[in-house]
Ligand binder design. Structure first.
Ligand code: HEM
Length: 413
């Protein structure tokens, strides 16, 4: 188990800078121990100049996320893994940190306001039918199959299709984009990148591809999401990087997360067959089930903020310039917020309070698109394959950022 492989873990301390902490997905036992013993735990690393506090309580993560007076995202929004030789080249690190996610109000709000309308239900209705068509087409192709490799044959496909439609990327580029997203999010997984430079190269390839699409929209705007991005100000070089980086941000943020929510849903519904049956018997429960699935799965391990001044969190002092790391999986299993938190309960009354999408000004802008896809995919799978179940252990991505599953065998009947 990942829970006891390091001295920190043995002492109930959960260090998200280390890959082994997440080697078997979320270390829920360790989260519980940390929440109990030291819910705001201070860490230091030789490889990093900042001290960081790791938060495991729902209330603390909720309050830091909402507190943009005292916390900033501009010095980095995720804790790097601190194993030697894994850091990206500094110019890439700088480009990443100058993105939309790494901005604060009021600047952050300018971009958010331009993007937001494209994620409203009225806009999403325009892609609703196409997403349904993609889901139905996939189901048709699997009709005669007994079992499948679920990630590559189902879970990964609809999110890529949806994002490409949303971003107006040419249909023929799907395979290229699939490869890029694996290499971006799997930056530290040897299966996708034998060395960090390869992931950095993927980052630059996507960045340049997105920039080329953006330049097309500048000369001939079409009213789509990228055309709106094309209208954003480009007053200095950092802002211009942020503007060009939006394509990469959306692609990286929207793909794996949705894919892993669905794969995690199949694992959860296999573990709790009564909950699967409840959805088959009453599909009107699916919207709440999707909220519960995002809580239960928590596809993003962590986000980070830096203290702008000395501040207190959960009774502990955080000094100016120190980081706080928010473990969403720990917040989402906090018994102070969710009764019987390790149970997947599709009728859970407060499932909508989960922090899987974050909260506050940076709350996931893509949540409505992810929700739309998850509702359609889960409904279609359960209608057509009511016997569906996970048939292998998940093969986890090596990451301290997203809870990724690379492969899962699934029986359809
Ligand atoms: C189930 C799927 C998803 C999950 C669990 C998820 C989770 C998250 C989380 C935890 C954050 C950070 C919140 C914070 O820092 O407070 C975030 C931000 C973001 N997500 Fe998602 N996400 C998902 C799907 C998507 C999709 C489909 C898109 C795009 C189409 C997307 C685009 C973004 C963007 C652009 C941000 C940055 C928002 C900001 O800084 O204002 N996400 N997401």
């Amino acid at each position: 188990m990942a829970d006891s492989t390091t001295p920190d873990a043995a002492a109930g301390r959960c260090d998200p800078a280390r890959f082994e902490t997440f080697a078997a997905g979320h270390p829920f036992t360790l989260y519980a121990a940390a929440r109990e013993k030291e819910p705001v735990a201070l860490f230091e690393h030789e490889g990093w100049r900042y001290r960081y506090h790791v938060l495991t309580r729902y209330a603390d993560i909720d309050s830091v996320s909402r507190d943009t007076d005292n916390f900033t995202s501009t010095h980095g929004f995720r804790l790097p893994h601190l194993e030697e030789g894994c850091q990206p080249p500094s110019e890439i690190a700088e480009t990443i940190s100058s993105t939309f996610m790494g901005s604060d109000p009021p600047k952050h709000g300018i971009t958010r306001k331009v993007l937001q309308p494209h994620f409203m239900p009225s806009m999403l209705r325009q892609i609703d039918e196409e997403v349904q068509g993609a889901v139905d087409g996939l189901i048709d192709r699997l009709r005669d199959r007994e079992s499948i490799e679920f990630v590559s044959e189902f879970a990964a496909i609809v999110p890529i299709f949806t994002l490409m439609r949303l971003l107006g990327a040419p249909e023929g580029d799907a395979e290229k984009i699939y490869d890029w997203t694996n290499r971006l999010v799997g930056a530290n997984d040897p299966e996708y990148n034998s060395e960090p430079a390869q992931s950095a190269a993927a980052f630059m390839e996507v960045f340049n591809y997105g920039t080329a699409l953006l330049e097309e929209r500048e000369t001939s705007p079409s009213g789509d999401l990228l055309s709106a991005v094309a209208m954003l100000p480009k007053s200095d070089s950092r802002e211009e990087m942020a503007r060009r980086g939006l394509f990469t941000t959306l692609l990286a943020a929207g793909n794996e997360t949705t894919r892993n929510s669905l794969t995690g849903a199949i694992i959860g519904l296999t573990k709790f067959p009564d909950q699967k049956q409840a959805l088959i018997d009453d599909p009107s429960l699916i919207p709440n089930a999707v909220r519960e699935i995002v809580r239960y799965v928590s596809p993003v391990f962590q986000m980070m903020r830096f203290a702008k001044r000395d501040v207190e969190v959960g009774g502990r002092k955080i000094a100016e310039g120190e980081a706080v790391v928010m473990l969403y999986g720990a917040a989402n299993r906090d018994p102070a917020m969710f009764e019987d938190p390790d149970r997947l309960d599709v009728r859970r009354a407060n499932a909508n309070r989960h922090l899987g999408f974050g909260v506050g000004v940076h709350r996931c802008i893509g949540a409505p698109v992810a929700t739309l896809q998850l509702e359609k995919m889960i409904a279609a799978l359960l209608t057509n394959f009511p016997m569906i179940k996970a048939a292998s252990e998940p093969d986890y991505l090596r990451s301290n950022f997203v809870s990724g599953i690379k492969r899962l065998d699934v029986r359809l009947r």
